[in-house]
Write a protein that binds this ligand. Structure first.
Ligand code: G6P
Length: 594
């Protein structure tokens, strides 16, 4: 996964790169490193652990240079050591490379280069790139051309930042991993995503597959983009990003997680403000389709499941949810006339992008619900609706989930020709979330979470429209508190899960004013009779609830507000257990490898 940043300009590049890496830590935080060209020398710094508390001025005051690359790592090839952390270097230490992706043929390339005398110091796949460029430079003196020739030999995926000791040049390239170019006045910045440099510029160029960029004072306009395969120059398409730079800052909050949860009412407000035209276009695609699937991973899959219940109940349309990681078992059955709705916050999840390929090769269409503008998913889909979460930095997805659910509500409204009703119910959800996020309510959840933090297991139950929330609640809790948590459909309780219920185990019940209220309350009674501590989320209290968390009456739209309670629980449990909620162990926000 990993995150990369590169700076070319007139500032101290290392400061910009360290700042950018801190924003990219959601992509990996095993170790990090920098390389800069300062006064004609290539200097480096590598460190195991998170970059979070690092302060360049304090910890490395002499480190600097106007050209700098940096990397925050999520290890795939080679253990978490200083040596394996990026940047990696050529034998003569004059070429430095940072890389996100996997070089699949690195063993073959490495043994070939070793035969030619190259000495490797790490166990990574990345190091091979630095040596390959060094080797190619023996034949081709032009550095950009040597990089291009080297890239043609790589199999697998890459987003790269490359700098040289003996030339004021920075090269970036992408294939299968995201890379964005920020173009500002007197500075050009490379980043794995936009928030990495949004503070410095909102003018960006999203590099396409097999594109590379050479950044140099010698090039008119400061940079030139080429196609790796053909070597032909590509005209850059500059996009202005509408996100506000402060949205990607903590803004005085201790963690991105709480900040992003608190932003959920605004996310709904922005969704309500969407244009009818784009919603109608998406609705038409659904109406026209012979069969409709929703494909996504993790939290986005849960939002897709919510969408499938909603479209079934309100619009009488059958939408089959499939986990993107499992899709290849079903993809051969896609046909022309099918529609695949891909839901993704990042728009870079490898399995989701694979789903797009499968759909297209079968002649099916793809509708994307995606948060990141210019992402690979957005570019590959036939049509995209941009969800309104704004930059989501915390590894745990909270506001993106709510934005995706809200988007399905708007789509459902467009399908039934009642967008005004969709806006109305979203308005109720927004007010409800505001109440859940009030000071008094936060205190209540915090207090509850103290005892939840002692639990060994936590379960959640929901039926119908509330079932995806049972899954999502437990995903949040396990991701950040490391407590075993599992969500079940109420109807499945007697088919196994009830055996797990014992005295004192917390069970969260998602109920609402829909047809399954009575049934889920019966489930609550069944688990209570076996000793469970029932935490009930509903529009009305019930004697079966040990603890009651209120929501408004909002029918099939209640889950949009009710998920906020377990999101908050997950956060406060993590704090109680002294875990960093923004950086849960082993996880990365964007899974760009399979
Ligand atoms: C990872 C993240 C989840 C996220 C999922 C899908 O598993 O940890 O938070 O929901 O990927 O990511 P996407 O960017 O496609 O929504």
């Amino acid at each position: 996964m990993c995150g990369i940043v590169g700076y070319f300009g007139n500032k101290n590049g290392a400061e910009v790169v360290v700042d950018g890496l801190k924003r990219l830590e959601y992509r990996g935080y095993d170790s990090w490193g920098l390389a800069a060209v300062g006064e004609g020398k290539l200097i480096k710094h590598k460190q195991v652990g998170k970059i979070g508390g690092f302060d360049l001025k304090r910890d490395l005051p002499k480190f600097g240079g106007e050209i700098c690359i940096g990397h925050t790592r999520w290890a795939t090839h080679g253990g978490v050591t200083e040596t394996n952390s990026h940047p990696h270097f050529s034998c003569d230490k004059k070429i430095a490379v940072v890389h996100n992706g996997i070089v699949e043929n690195y063993q073959e390339l490495r043994s070939d280069l070793e035969k030619k005398g190259h000495k490797f110091v790490s166990q990574t796949d990345t190091e091979v790139i630095a040596h390959l460029i060094e080797q190619t430079l023996k034949i081709t003196k032009d550095k950009t051309e040597a990089v291009r020739q080297s890239l043609k030999k790589l199999q697998g995926s890459y987003a790269l930042g490359i700098i040289f000791e003996d030339e004021k040049l920075m090269i970036g390239a992408r294939k299968g991993s995201p890379l964005v170019l920020g173009v500002g006045k007197d500075q050009t910045i490379l980043g794995s995503d936009v928030p990495a440099f949004l503070k410095y510029t909102n003018k960006v160029v999203f590099l396409e597959e097999f594109e590379m960029v050479a950044i140099s004072d010698q090039i008119k306009g400061g940079y030139e983009i080429k196609n790796v395969n053909s070597g032909k120059t590509v005209k850059p398409k500059i996009t202005t990003i509408k996100w506000d730079a402060t949205e990607a800052e903590k803004g005085g909050h201790p963690h991105f997680m709480i900040k992003e949860m608190l932003e959920q009412p605004q996310v709904i407000e922005k969704t309500i403000g969407m244009g009818k035209g784009e919603l109608d276009k998406a609705a038409k695609m659904i109406e026209k389709a012979k069969r409709v699937y929703v494909v996504a991973c993790g939290t986005a899959l849960h939002a897709g499941m919510y969408g499938s219940y909603l479209l079934a109940k309100i619009n009488k349309i059958m939408v089959q949810p499939i986990s993107a990681g499992e899709l290849h078992h079903f993809a051969p059955l896609f046909k022309k006339g099918d529609l695949v709705i891909c839901v993704s916050q990042s728009g870079e999840t490898a399995d989701v992008l694979e789903a797009v390929k499968s759909a297209h090769s079968a002649g099916a269409k793809v509708l994307a619900l995606v948060n990141v503008m210019g992402s690979s998913l957005m570019r590959a889909a036939d049509f995209s609706l941009l969800t309104k979460a704004g930059p989501e930095i915390c590894v745990l997805s909270t506001k993106a989930y709510v934005s995706q659910m809200a988007m399905f509500v708007m789509i459902s409204g467009a399908l039934s020709g009642k967008i005004s009703n969709a806006k109305k119910v979203l308005g109720i959800a927004k007010k409800d979330i505001e109440k859940i996020l009030s000071k008094k309510s936060l205190e209540k959840i915090k207090k509850m979470s103290k005892s939840l933090a002692k639990a060994q297991n936590i379960y959640a139950l929901g039926r119908g429209i509330n079932y995806p929330n049972a899954l999502e609640a437990c995903l949040k809790i396990k991701e950040v508190s490391y407590i075993h948590a599992e969500g079940f459909a109420g109807g499945d309780l007697k088919h196994g899960p009830i055996a797990l219920i014992e005295k004192g185990v917390p069970v969260i019940i998602f109920a609402s004013d829909d047809e399954s209220e009575a049934e889920i309350i019966s489930n609550a009674m069944e688990v209570k009779a076996r000793g469970a501590d029932v935490i009930g989320i509903n529009y009305r209290n019930n004697e079966v609830f040990e603890q009651y968390l209120p929501i408004e009456k909002n029918g099939f739209y209640s889950p949009i507000a009710s998920i906020v309670y377990p999101q908050l629980m997950a956060y406060y449990i993590a704090l109680e257990k002294k875990f960093d909620p923004d950086k849960p162990r082993n996880l990365a926000k964007s899974v760009t490898v399979k």
